[in-house]
Design a protein around this ligand. Structure first.
Ligand SMILES: [Zn+2]
Length: 263
């Protein structure tokens, strides 16, 4: 390994952040890392924990053997990632990630209707070495894989399963408007007959483009929805909305099946 992180003034963290492929990560403040309380439990997840910690805080003994250094480099990345997941859900960490979100550092939603909505990184599990990072769109509430393979191989546990939802909880004014579902919800409350009529029109439009030999219902049922969670619990309001949306979907499926049988 070149002594990239021993050459001052650049620290290990600034070297890590400027490495290609690490653009999703934000800087964890040194004060946070040096407060051992914040790192509780991580010593059991990282090998050579003390030296890995010394490495990311630039306190590593220069005389460390080269064969250990290679493994230590991996362990230091793992440790930084796990600390990062904890840091980005703190007030200061959320503020740092907010800057990156505003710059669209995590890319934009590929769905046309989302009008280039910036994405947020999310993990599908908080356990490292299980799932790579995904990108969450606050508008369509769906998740996507990063376009670049460098980003696609980042461990999702370095961002955690709660981050985007906590960000929107702390900054509710940033929750993007929901185009489709909200319109539907409003229509359902007022003129029932009118909305039923317009829904039927929408049903008929939506049946277009479905491949031959495949029933609309089977396609609709295949669409597996992403469920936002905060520390393992489903986000209450979103969960309610999703239950309502699923009830509407089920009713639409029944109607479509009837239509298809009669056709
Ligand atoms: Zn979207």
């Amino acid at each position: 390994m070149p002594d990239a992180y021993s050459s001052s003034p650049s620290s290990w963290i600034s070297w890590f952040l400027s490495s290609k492929g690490n653009e999703y990560f934000c800087e964890v403040e040194e004060d946070y890392i040096l407060d051992r309380f914040n790192l509780t439990g991580l010593n059991t997840e990282v090998q050579h924990y003390a030296q890995a910690l010394d490495m990311i805080t630039d306190n590593l003994d220069e005389e460390i053997q080269d064969d250990l250094r290679g493994n230590l480099d991996l362990q230091a990345r793992l440790l930084y990632g796990l600390i990062h997941a904890r840091w980005i859900v703190t007030a200061r960490g959320l503020a740092k990630m907010l800057e990156k979100y505003k710059r669209a550092d995590f890319g934009r939603c590929p769905r046309v209707l989302c009008q280039s909505q910036p994405l947020l990184p999310v993990g599908l599990t908080d356990v490292p070495y299980e799932k790579s990072v995904k990108l969450y769109c606050g508008r369509c509430e769906d998740i996507y894989s990063p376009k670049s393979s460098r980003h696609g191989s980042i461990d999702g546990a370095y961002f955690g399963t709660s981050f985007p939802h906590l960000l929107f909880l702390v900054y509710p004014n940033l929750i993007p408007p929901k185009s489709g579902p909200v319109e539907l919800a409003l229509a359902g409350r007022g003129d029932v007959e009118g909305s039923r009529r317009s829904r039927r029109v929408r049903d008929e439009q939506e049946t277009e483009g479905v491949g031959e030999g495949m029933s609309t219902a089977s396609v609709a049922l295949k669409a597996d929805r992403y469920r936002p969670r905060i520390f393992g619990f489903q986000v209450n309001e979103i969960a309610k909305l999703q239950r309502w949306q699923e009830a509407v979907r089920d009713r639409q499926i029944t109607r479509l099946e009837e239509l298809e049988e009669n056709a």
